[in-house]
Design a protein around this ligand. Sequence first.
Ligand code: BGC
Length: 372
Amino acid sequence: MKKYLALLLSMVLALSLLTACGGGDSAESEESADKVEVGIVLPTKDESRWIQDEASFTTALENAGFTSEVKYSMGSTATELSNVEDLVERGIKVLVLCSPDANAAGAAVQKAKEAGVTVICYDRLISGTDDVDYFVTFDSYEIGKAQGQYLLEKYAGKKDVPLYLYAGNAEDENSFLLFAGAWSVLSNAVKGGQFSIQNCPAVASFAGKELDIVKNRADLEKILRTINTKWNSDEAAKLAAANLKGKKKGDVAILAPNDETARSIAATFKADKDVKSYVITGQDADLASLKAIQESRQTMTIRKDTGELADVTCNMVKKILEGGKVETTSEYDNGVKKVPAVGAGFAVVDAANLPDLISEGVFSQDEIDDAK
Ligand code: BGC
């Protein structure tokens, strides 16, 4: 009797397991409706730059016929990790990741790699890990050079112009590249007496010298930490206000790393009665900064065509998914490996060429007027 009971029990168990599998099937098909091929994780929604990228991506990937989803990490490495875990569970084949913290994204990319996902660093290099496959980016070193060059030309022939330097976020590799690029053109002008640095003694001993992104890593980091805006407009304004105390003013030059920080640094300088005029750089062509350029509150910005960068990424994704060879044009050292990279172009925008860009339809005056 016991034997029959055991047999009966095992039959019931087997049946229940079978039903569970059947149930699993339908859960699986529900899940597959939710599957995505490409996961995109961006650093924050609080800056207009990344909203531009989301729009460009969605269009480019949809046009190419890929399913994709964009998620935001809102400046948090923990959210970044859970975003990546979620996308991995949903079966992504390619992860496009732009991290809020280049040194802390290792766990997220490791998760993706373990699941066989190809990892593309997007616009910001991820450091200290070999779990990254490619890098698509604007050339931040060259952008920094263009910012430095702009200040140089605006003050051509002048002597002892007070120069205020600001960096992005020391947790973002782009900040190193930007600053090193700007310094590559400002360095001799500082040595030759065209500019006198007001707020960054750490860089003074490099006048006339290059700051190499790899060889001078520790020096660069030290410099960046003293002029670190963390890409945040409030931090930038606070730093600028502190910097202006007891310093040389008059007609000044300001190296600001991007538009968000440029607008708030500019406002701080403008409010100081001893600042007669200023030339300030920027980056991203935020609509609010185009407005600031038209109102002479900001002097220049850099237009980075996020549509082009999204297309470049999309072509790479296509190659990866079709198993073709991915073409790259340069490489970036992330401390562990040289990451093969491909880029997109940029252009300087200021009051002189902005009217042309508006008449060509690149920007509309209405959207500039509406910018906050
Ligand atoms: C990007 C800039 C952006 C900044 C702050 C950098 O990595 O290259 O375009 O303004 O991050 O988000």
